[in-house]
Structure formats: C-alpha cells, structure tokens
Design a protein around this ligand. Structure first.
Ligand SMILES: [Zn+2]
Length: 84
C-alpha cells in the first residue's frame, strides 16, 4: 500500500489494526466495481444512442438494468461524446 494512502486509511479508520487491510480491500473491490459499471454504462449509452434513442429512453433502459443514471447525465455524456 502506498505510504500516503496508508496514512489516509489510518486517519479514516482511527487506528491501525488488521481491519485496516480488510477495509482497504473492500474499498478497492467497490472502486473497481464502480469503474467496471461505468465502462458498461458508457458502452450501453453509445450503443443505444447509435440506435437513435434519446437520453430519457436510454436512462430508462439503464435503470431497468440496475444502473442508476438520470436522463440529464446521459444527455451530458452524449454532448461530450459528440463534441470530440
Ligand atoms: Zn480497527
């Protein structure tokens, strides 16, 4: 574990103990899961937009898949996509 990251973990947890490593691993799993979900959401948004669907319909489909995203967040991503 990086020294600075370790210090932040100890600060957050309050003391050093074996629970620190378990908490760190749990947080890491969560972050990696978020990144994976983010990538899945991103490719689904692009795919559905290519099929001609709008932000509201795309958001509804993603919500049905268990991905919590609002239509305006979809619209923002699409706007960014078409800018590049
Ligand atoms: Zn502890």
């Amino acid at each position: 574990m990086e020294k600075n990251l370790r210090r932040k973990c100890v600060e957050f947890h309050g003391h050093e103990c074996p629970g620190l490593a378990i908490g760190f691993k749990a947080a890491l799993v969560y972050v990696l899961d978020c990144v994976r979900n983010q990538k899945i959401a991103e490719s689904l948004i692009n795919e559905l937009a290519d099929d001609g669907l709008g932000p509201r319909r795309i958001a509804n489909i993603l919500n049905e898949q268990g991905i919590d995203i609002k239509y305006y967040q979809v619209a923002y991503r699409l706007k960014k996509r078409y800018k590049n």
